[in-house]
Write a protein that binds this ligand. Structure first.
Ligand code: G3I
Length: 387
């Protein structure tokens, strides 16, 4: 299959990219820029949550039966990151906090760094939830994955409902991105700079920013993020483009085009929200990851979970298939030298977003609702232990 499908060609055309592979990676684009918001707009020092149990609260997890050799120890030995997404409010449970820091060397901000949380009013930023997460990670020597600078979801009404000129939209986005990235400068391993910007048919998603700024918003956001924190990896994150399909062709063409423009993009995040049936094969994953790595990009597994709902199999069969799915994805990552991050979207089944989102029970993660390791945990641990 040709790497540049018709729809991905449309993406490149819409970015006015000329295919000139000799354009150097570090060259700078000439987009408008801005200064971060002044400190006076940032709420005073937050109360940082510490991992102590609230009085009388019952712990939801127990780390007692975790084997001695942890995922974190194995990942450290391999010099890779293994992470889970979470929110600081969950760290109040000491067993949860203990499990998280024992098993993972990275935590991803599930919600704490989204626009509606960080920037609820035009002239007010609230970093308390994000700061609590960063503070917890520091105290446990864990890396932080920043999520997310631009998404087409979760904006307060003051952002989406006001009419603005194109220049004013650019300034709004630029100031938000620079303020947030500057605030966390030096503390974030990688940022999801843009999230879910490609449709499943390979066209660019008609996001708020696409409508108001045009497709250049993608390149601009990467540039602003790099200006605000040259040390953080800048990632384009998306779902359903993990295997080989129209969407992954489009993502490949998009990032190749961005690199040719000199846009400072460091990698592609593969969300990896999967079901028990029909996950991409290891071969597809490896091929897709490797062609991105060949562009000199990192590849991260950023939001993995495996839904079990809508299957009539026994729980034993479901757990075995789920374990195999996790194993295959991690195997493809370990084979690809540029894949050094593997993050699950939540720590235990108690905190997964899927039941609330689908309205159906589900158990998609590595640990059950009580924090006990599942077959998927052992599958991953064994793979990390015996390559
Ligand atoms: O914090 C409020 C709480 O104060 C309020 O009482 C409650 C009432 O519904 O809502 C709480 O906020 C919820 C938030 O999760 C924290 O629990 C939001 O309603 C809910 O929409 C939000 O869902 C998150 C969703 O993104 C939308 O932002 C999920 O937790 C989160 O897992 C999910 O993550 C996304 C990634 O960002 C992008 N990729 C897909 C992934 C799954 O949808």
């Amino acid at each position: 299959m040709p790497l540049q499908s018709i729809s991905s060609k449309k993406i490149i055309d819409s970015l006015s990219i000329i295919d000139t592979p000799s354009v150097p990676r570090a060259s700078k684009t000439n987009f408008p820029t801005c200064e971060p918001s002044p400190a006076s707009l940032i709420q005073p020092a937050p109360t940082v949550h510490t991992p102590t149990a609230p009085q009388g609260a019952e712990s939801s997890v127990s780390a007692s039966s975790i084997p001695t050799l942890t995922l974190r120890e194995l990942a450290d030995k391999r010099n890779i990151y293994i992470g889970a997404a979470g929110d600081a409010s969950q760290f109040a449970d000491p067993e949860y906090a203990k499990l998280l820091s024992r098993e993972f060397n990275m935590v991803a901000a599930e919600n704490a760094m989204k626009w509606q949380v960080l920037h609820p009013e035009p002239d007010r930023y609230d970093f308390s939830a994000g700061d609590a997460l960063v503070s917890f990670a520091k105290s446990q020597q864990m890396a932080v994955y920043g999520h997310v600078l631009v998404w087409d979801y979760g904006y307060p009404s003051w952002v989406s409902e006001e009419e603005r000129s194109r220049d004013a939209w650019i300034q709004l986005l630029c100031t938000h991105v620079k303020t947030v990235v500057s605030h966390y400068r030096g503390q974030i391993y990688a940022w999801h700079v843009v999230n879910e910007v490609v449709n499943n048919d390979g066209s660019l998603r008609n996001t708020l920013w696409m409508k108001t700024i045009g497709p250049e918003y993608i390149a601009m956001t990467f540039q602003w993020a790099r200006e605000a924190d040259p040390g953080a990896l800048l990632i384009l994150n998306d779902h359903f483009g993990e295997g080989l399909n129209v969407k992954s062709e489009a993502i490949y063409s998009l990032v190749k085009g961005l690199l040719q423009m000199g846009v400072p993009i460091d990698g592609v995040g593969m969300q990896m929200h999967l079901w028990l049936w029909g996950p991409p094969t290891s071969q597809e994953l490896e091929t897709n990851m490797q062609r991105l790595a060949d562009l000199d990009l990192d590849v991260h597994i950023t939001e993995m979970d495996v839904r079990t709902q809508l299957s009539s199999d026994s729980i034993e069969v479901k757990m075995a298939v789920q374990a195999d799915t996790y194993r295959q994805v991690l195997a493809a990552c370990l084979i690809t030298k540029r894949c050094k991050v593997f993050v699950t979207w939540g720590l235990t089944d108690r905190y997964s977003w899927i039941p609330a989102f689908t309205g159906k029970p589900d158990v998609p993660l590595l640990f059950d609702v009580n924090g006990q390791p599942k077959p998927a945990y052992y599958a991953i641990r064994d793979l990390l232990r015996y390559p």
